[in-house]
Design a protein around this ligand. Structure first.
Ligand code: SIN
Length: 280
């Protein structure tokens, strides 16, 4: 347990993530929120089991972390459009969010954080994995850090390697919108976290296509090395969901990957995005 006055914080792995107990997020005091924000800076992924949230309640909890923004490619719930339902029916095979990524890096100001609230999860399978991008950066050699320092990378929503907008009608239950929208974000390969001042690796396999000034074929070997390196098991944690859990992660310091290992079972999550700044 980590030491806080109002909340119990149990780390999920040596690297990142924590489960927070003893909190009802709908009635948490300012003092509790201060500690939650501190724990979030330190652990980058927080999960809160046993929360009772309706769509408006989820949006309200999300606003404690910042302003909400719309997800560009999925229709929100009618009663709270900032909340998008992510449903995989038992009959479906594809899932949303498979493969390591930071969210919507193809936008100019990607969300600083994303939150999920679990409505229905399989008994086994359907876990989410998270990886610590500070550690991924810090464990590179001085030579590699020097090479990456000036580089910027192109992130494209048309990369079609995965994510919410790709794979077309494979997501029968996720209502895709604006699928022809061409979104592109050019961001530093190593970004500095605006709150902690720490550097983090910021390329991902789902959205990053190439380095600015390099061809795709030239970029590929280095990107492939970085994708392998950043997902080393020692930089990760894995969360096994139960229904009614609220989880939030910091996209500036963390990448995540949803596991597609629950064929024949239903899973439903509600998701919100919290506004971020231009990566620098
Ligand atoms: C996502 O990538 O936003 C979804 C993650 C999950 O469903 O576990």
């Amino acid at each position: 347990m980590m030491s806080f006055e109002h909340i119990q914080v149990r780390p999920l792995s040596g690297s990142l993530g924590a489960e927070v107990q003893g909190v009802d997020l709908t009635v948490a005091s300012d003092a509790v929120w201060d500690e939650i924000r501190q724990a979030f800076r330190e652990r980058m992924v927080l999960v809160f089991p046993d929360q009772r949230l309706d769509p408006q309640g989820l949006a309200k909890v999300g606003r404690q972390f910042g302003e909400l923004i719309y997800y560009p490619f999925v229709e929100g719930l009618p009663e709270e459009p900032f909340v998008i339902p992510l449903i995989k029916e038992a009959s479906e095979t594809k899932i949303f969010g498979e493969g390591w990524h930071s969210d919507t890096t193809y936008t100019e100001q990607p969300p600083k954080a994303t939150a999920l609230y679990s409505i229905e999860v399989p008994d086994t399978g359907g876990d989410t994995m998270f990886a610590n991008m500070y550690q991924a950066y810090e464990t590179l050699s001085p030579g590699m850090k020097e090479l990456l320092a000036p580089l910027r990378a192109v992130n494209s929503a048309s990369a079609r390697k995965g994510g919410g907008r790709a794979a077309g009608n494979a997501y029968q239950s996720v209502k895709l919108i604006n699928r022809d929208q061409k979104l592109e974000g050019i961001h530093p390969v190593v970004r500095t976290h605006p709150e902690t001042g720490r550097k983090a690796l910021y390329v991902n396999a789902l959205h990053t296509t190439h380095f600015v000034g390099w061809r795709e074929a030239e970029s590929k070997p280095l990107l492939e090395f970085l994708h392998r390196h950043k997902a080393l098991p020692e930089f990760t944690c894995r969360y096994k969901w139960r229904p009614a859990t609220f989880a939030i992660w910091d996209n500036r310091a963390v990448q995540h990957s949803a596991l597609n290992d629950y064929q024949g079972k239903r899973r439903e999550m509600w998701r919100i995005s919290i506004a971020g700044e231009t990566p620098a």
